[in-house]
Design a protein around this ligand. Structure first.
Ligand code: FAD
Length: 443
């Protein structure tokens, strides 16, 4: 009997998009093998290196990913990076379909003079530092000043503000890296400014994150009442989530001053970054015109010993064979099908993208999950409709002597980290050095 060859699908990146796509493909396609190629020895992407350590419940998705990884038709190749260890050409030759889900590992810049100064760092690097991303451990953020200014008001910005203002005891029982806990224990930071270009009605943080800030012990949240002028009459026109968020801000504004804390959280609206100088940051006062922030000639200076830029992540092009949209910082695609590099605007058969690399760096894990499921379904549909050439057998990836961390190897790292954490009352103590990860994995 001329059995059809096993369909081989390669997924690049072991974050949420990669795991959710693998889950659906394994469920929908019987005669297939899914290989996951991950740059780091350890899996889970931003669930491990982005999600705040004091949000352990968010990390429960790891259990689902682990089940997927243990599927007999999935193989995990940790410590193999697209673009350095393996090229896209090679993967395309060795698989019937390749799905890129390698996320976003860069950040958008303010494009101001002096931005490369030591007192300006990206929130992305700061998050990577407290979460133990290999290579971020030597960031040494300067926490010796009273004032930190965070530029941007998304949930990442609020995560960072919370980490800076939380009592140390609340973090000691999380998987915050030991070196970060030590640095935070010596922190002199007392005031965190959270600055946005637009107004309270456009605030990008969500109600859950704001509630947490308002509940932080010993932290006094101070709003500027002038930022809220004219907001009350608009309340009834707002959609429900926006209305509830705005009501919470107004309630907190009314109650402010009742709680006194030695630390302050200071959300500031209608200010656009203008200039950076030692110890302070200058902002243009903005006006809203059809929800867009337009700078006026007025300015305000904020004391800013440390400035954290939190205006968004950006993907990078890791292989010359990727049709990358440099302007938008993501891969050219239509609903996850990557377009050919020529001007034809046609789909390149067998090449797909999902997650932040395809959509741009927005959305929570559930958003990423839904997108990844849709792209995975497109892959299955294309295979079932014979839109891809699956007539000949493909060999899959050959590690060829490279140091690969298998899923068993990751389990050894996981066990080691959990045991090291247990001794300190933490869920895990992350290994930060790649060499150490490889040693523990037995590679
Ligand atoms: P990633 O999670 O970035 O995964 C990409 C993977 O690809 C990584 O493992 C990476 O190592 C790997 N990779 C990179 N380059 C290569 C290469 N060249 N070759 C092979 N592999 C490569 N969502 C929530 O729902 N709740 C939260 O509390 C929350 N907090 C967040 C906090 C922060 C700071 C950030 C940045 C995001 C947060 N999110 C949260 C959003 C969530 O993390 C994303 O929606 C999700 O991680 C995106 O998944 P992804 O698979 O596209 O990318």
């Amino acid at each position: 009997q001329g059995a059809t060859p096993t369909k081989r699908i390669c997924i690049v990146g072991a974050g949420p998009a990669g795991f959710y796509a693998a889950q659906l493909i394994l469920k929908q396609l019987d005669n297939c093998v899914v290989d996951v190629v991950e740059k780091l020895p350890v899996p889970f992407g931003l669930v491990r290196f982005g999600v705040a350590p004091d949000h352990p419940e968010v990390k429960n998705v790891i259990n689902t990913f682990t089940k997927t990884a243990e599927h007999p038709r999935l193989r995990y190749f940790g410590n193999i990076a697209l673009g350095t260890d393996v090229s896209l050409r090679e993967l395309r030759d060795r698989y019937h379909a390749v799905l890129l889900t390698y996320g976003a590992d860069q950040d958008r810049e303010l494009e101001l003079e002096n931005e490369q100064q030591g007192n300006v760092i990206s929130a992305r690097k700061f998050v990577a530092w407290y979460n133990g991303l290999p290579g971020a451990e030597n960031l040494a953020p300067d926490l010796t000043g009273r004032d930190v200014t965070i530029v941007g008001q998304g949930n990442v910005a609020v995560d960072v503000a919370r980490l800076l203002l939380s009592p140390l005891d609340a973090l000691k029982s999380t998987d915050t890296t030991e070196y970060a806990l030590e640095a935070l224990s010596r922190s002199q930071v007392q005031r965190v400014h959270l600055v946005g270009r637009r107004g309270p009605l456009q605030a990008a943080f969500t109600i859950k994150e704001l509630r947490e800030m308002l509940k932080l012990p010993n932290v006094d949240t101070r709003w500027r009442s002038e930022d809220f002028s004219g907001i009350d009459p608009q309340l009834d026109k707002l959609q429900r989530p926006r209305k509830r968020l705005t009501e919470l801000m107004l309630k907190s504004l009314k109650e402010q001053g009742r709680i006194s804390g030695s630390k302050q959280f200071l959300p500031i609206f209608l200010r656009a970054p203008k200039a950076i100088s030692p110890g302070e940051m200058e902002f243009s006062v903005t006006e809203l015109q059809q929800e867009a922030a337009v700078p006026t000639t007025s300015t305000e200076r904020l004391p800013s010993h440390l400035i954290l830029r939190s205006i968004g992540y950006k993907s990078s092009c890791v292989d010359t064979g990727i049709n990358f949209d440099n302007r938008r910082g993501r891969v050219h695609n239509i609903d996850g099908r990557i377009l050919k590099e020529d001007a034809s605007a046609k789909v390149d058969p067998g090449l797909y993208v999902a997650g932040w690399l395809g959509t741009g760096p927005t959305g929570v894990i559930v958003t990423t999950m839904n997108g990844a499921f849709a792209v995975a379904k497109a892959i299955c549909d294309d295979i079932n409709a014979n839109a891809l050439d699956t007539s000949s057998a493909k060999p899959g990836y050959d590690a060829d002597g490279k140091r690969v961390v298998t899923w068993d190897g990751w389990q050894r790292i996981n066990d080691f980290e959990s045991a090291a954490g247990k001794a300190k009352g933490k869920p895990r103590e992350k290994i930060v050095s790649i060499e150490e990860m490889l040693r523990v994995a037995g590679v």
